[in-house]
Design a protein around this ligand. Sequence first.
Ligand code: FES
Length: 316
Amino acid sequence: METLPLRVRIARKQSIAQDTWLFELRRENGELPAFDAGSHIAVQTPAGQVRRYSLSNAPFERSHYAIAVKREPRGQGGSLSLTDQTREGDWLSISAPQNYFPLATAARRSLLIAGGIGITPLLSMARHLQAAGHPFRLVYLTRAPGQTAFLDDCTRSPMAAHTVLHHTYGDPRRAFDLAALLAERGQDEHLYCCGSRRLMQAVRTAASHWPAGTLHFEDFGSAQPTHESDRPYTVRLARSGLTVEVRPGITMLAALREAGIDAPSSCESGTCGACRTRVLAGQAEHRDFILDEDEQERDVIICVSRAQGPELVLDL
Ligand code: FES
């Protein structure tokens, strides 16, 4: 099991939207480790699961970490444990922040597109960009005001001047016009998107004419990397000579872990790139949001992608 080195107290636990709670985490004494906008931490729930949450506060705030947890009754229990089994004053074990969704240093302006609870890393980015005086736009798409986390933060000055807030009220005819938004790209503008897989697919399609390297995605673990129709296959590890079977229903990453192989990972949803691995032979079936066509010839994202044929040989 992952060992989480930091102990923090839940200094504040507050409902901020339907089924969504803000957790403010503090150390007993002193500052917390520094982080950049887009970072996440791993949190051990009272029930023992480890879940990753993006930090939503500004990176210059060192006194606390702020995360938002959406209660998912049909999830695997991690969010239920955090929302239902904790109170202010309780202690949690967390990791130091990691960042696989950073702001690009080359960007002169930033377009942030958030869907639902995907607002969390983008709000931290917006806070950083606001404080630094860098141009940015925040487009925040939710179903209705009551389901909009951080509504006040986004609609109050000074953030309001940068924010477009759009609600669909569950009506597909009210879908936001992404094609119009993304038709024109500002000079040296980079796009950051966090939300459902469906939103990210729509954004990727609407921004397909943007240059490679200017699109950045984080899907907050909403991807479904396995399907019932998946076929089994074998992964051969060229460096160690090991062979690992990948059954239907589990990912390549999970199969490697079961075999005792410690492969790096973070989002485990095909968006951060932490588990990117070189393919030496065989054809991958790509299910990630990172690799472009050239990169798909060489690499595979092992937390979500699979093999097309009976075997994949990896540079591990
Ligand atoms: S762990 Fe993030 S892409 Fe695989």
